[in-house]
Design a protein around this ligand. Sequence first.
Ligand code: NAI
Length: 283
Amino acid sequence: MDVKKVMVIGAGQMGSGIAQVCAMAGYDVFLHDLKQEYVDRGLATISKNLTRQVEKGKLTEDEKASILHRLTPSLDLQHASEVDLVIEAVVENMEVKTKLFAQLDEMAPAHAILATNTSSLPITEIAAATKRPEKVIGMHFMNPVPVMKLVEIIRGLATAEEVYQTIEDMTHKLNKVPVEVNDFPGFISNRILMPMINEAIYALYEGVATKEAIDEVMKLGMNHPMGPLTLADFIGLDTCLYIMETLHEGFGDDKYRPCPLLRKYVKAGWLGRKTGKGFYTYE
Ligand code: NAI
C-alpha cells in the first residue's frame, strides 16, 4: 500500500501537529475542521513552529515554504475521496468519532486507510461503524506531535496485517518510533498516565498539598519533566475527563473514577492551556 495523500480531521492541538509532521515528511495533506477559523488557527500554529525551526537553522526558508505548500485547508469532508489515508483527531467522544467514520467510509476510496488518533477509545468499536473494519487502525501520537517520538499503533480486532505494516512504515517515515499495543481502554500510555494525573487531582481535591507542591514533588522526586497538574492542563482537561470515563466504563473498577474536581473544572470551561485556564492560568 502506497500512501501519498493524507487528510487530517480536526485542526486542534493534535491534528495540526500531525498535519505538520506529515507535510514535513513529504505527504500532501488536507487539514480539515468544522470552521475556517479553526483551520486557520491550526495552520498558524504550524507556520509558527516552522518559523522557529528556521530561526534555529534546522530548516531553510525554502523548505518551510514547500512544507506549507503541501498543506491544503479543508472545510469539505468530501476531500476524503482524494486521499489514501485519513487520520482523525477530533474530540475524544465515541459518538462523534463513529458518526464521522461512517461518513468517511462512504466518501474515501476503497483502498484508503482510516486511522484514529484516539487516546483511549476502542478501535474495534470505531471500526464497526464502517464497512471496512480491516482498514481501520489506531495511530496514537503524543503531544506535542512535532517533538514526541512515540506513536502507539493499535490494531482493531479486524485490522489487516497489510494495513498495520503500511502504518508502521509510515510512522518511520515521519521520523517517529512505532510501538504496537493491543486494543484495550487507554492502550498503554493513558492506562498508566491518566490514573496518575487523576490521583494528583484527588490529592489537590482532598487538600493533601497545593497544586504547586504536587507538581514539584513529581518533578523533583520522580524526575518527571513536568508535574501531573501542569501536564493535565497541557493535554486538556476535557480530554483527561473523557479518557478517565473510558477507563472507568471499560474496566468497571472504582480506581478509575474521575475526580469530582476534574468534572467541575470541565463544566466551568476551564480546560487548561487551550482556554487560558485550568489548574494554572495562562496568558
Ligand atoms: P482539540 O480540542 O485541540 O481539537 C479538536 C478539534 O477537532 C477542534 O478544532 C474541533 O473543532 C475539531 N472537531 C470536533 N468535531 C469535529 C468534526 N466532527 N469534524 C471535524 N472537526 C471536528 O483536541 P486535541 O487535544 O487535538 O485532541 C484530539 C484527539 O486527539 C482526541 O481524540 C484526543 O483524545 C487525542 N489525543 C490528544 C492528546 C493530547 O495531549 N491532547 C494526545 C494524544 C491524543
